[in-house]
Design a binder for this molecule. Structure first.
Ligand code: ADP
Ligand code: MG
Length: 266
């Protein structure tokens, strides 16, 4: 079991004497093995929300529960992947993958064997002793992915993990993640700008509005699984994409744009 529950979560940040209300009354339940995406314009609090679930940032109000227990700090039950892979440049791919077990004193021949196996799974067999600078962007992402999976997290939190990749590499990574999730069914919260990516991958898409960050709508994506890119031209897919896009547009309308903006209201 690994479900995530956010109940009436709020968060403010202080900037000198001013405070920004980043999240207001955010509630969301992500079931065990469910794949949920968060979409919304930049600045609406997606990263903050993900960091709160990760235990890297404390909420000011509300409850954040994983399997019914309050989140107080990061834990190996929750893996986190960022937009930039953040590999240690001085470590080989294998040693990057083994960083977690080493840091927590759990390095063992078994851990090494598992790292080798994971690197095979992500398609980096033969690159175990390469350094990050010898890898392409997509390969670095797959190495970061293997590292995140080393702890066998029940929950994977991803913050625009493919945003910096070119279109072809991104499509490859999406398919890779879909296939892996199909086999393992871990719980996923994926933050993305990309509406098509959200529809392709998710069971549900939560749409956020900014100022303050709120979830305005959660849209079920009832497309069959397993999924692949070929589906993206089906009428059902196109329809869902339109629905999510319209919701994101509505969210934009809700957000107080700058008072200087003469086009507000159009
Ligand atoms: N560490 C921080 N300190 C101060 N303000 C922050 C911090 N993190 C985020 N914010 C503010 O919270 C808002 C939402 O940020 P963020 O969660 O990064 O949104 P998103 O990921 O949707 O772009 C922004 O206005 C940002 O300035
Ligand atoms: Mg962000």
């Amino acid at each position: 079991m690994a479900d995530v529950e956010l109940k009436h979560v709020s968060k403010r940040y202080a900037h000198g004497r001013q405070t920004t209300e980043t999240l207001r009354d955010v509630s969301l339940r992500v079931g065990d093995g469910e794949f949920v995406s968060l979409v919304g314009r930049s600045g609406c609090g997606k990263t903050t929300l993900l960091r709160i679930v990760g235990g890297f940032v404390d909420a000011d109000g509300g409850d954040v529960l994983v399997d019914g227990s309050p989140v107080t700090r990061p834990g190996s039950d929750r893996g986190m992947l960022f937009q930039h892979p953040m590999l240690f440049p001085w470590l080989t791919v294998l040693d990057n993958t083994l960083f977690g077990p080493r840091a927590t004193g759990r390095h063992s021949p078994q851990a090494r064997a598992r790292a080798m196996e994971l690197l095979q799974i992500v398609g980096l067999g033969g690159f175990e002793f390469h350094y990050p600078k010898q890898l392409s962007g997509g390969m670095m992402h797959r190495a970061a992915f293997a590292r995140a999976m080393m702890a066998e997290p029940k929950i994977l939190l991803m913050d625009e993990p493919f945003g910096a990749l070119d279109a072809l590499t991104r499509a490859g990574m999406q398919q890779f993640l879909l296939d892996l999730w199909n086999r393992r069914r871990f719980t996923v919260i994926l933050v993305t700008h990309d509406v098509e990516e959200a529809v392709l991958m998710s069971d549900r898409v939560a749409v956020m509005a900014a100022g303050p960050g709120q979830i305005i709508e959660t849209i079920p994506i009832d497309l069959p699984r397993p999924r692949s890119y070929e589906m993206s031209e089906t009428p059902e897919f196109v329809q869902l994409k339109r629905r999510v896009r319209q919701s994101v547009e509505r969210a934009r309308g809700k957000a107080p744009v700058s008072v200087m903006n003469p086009t507000a209201g159009h």
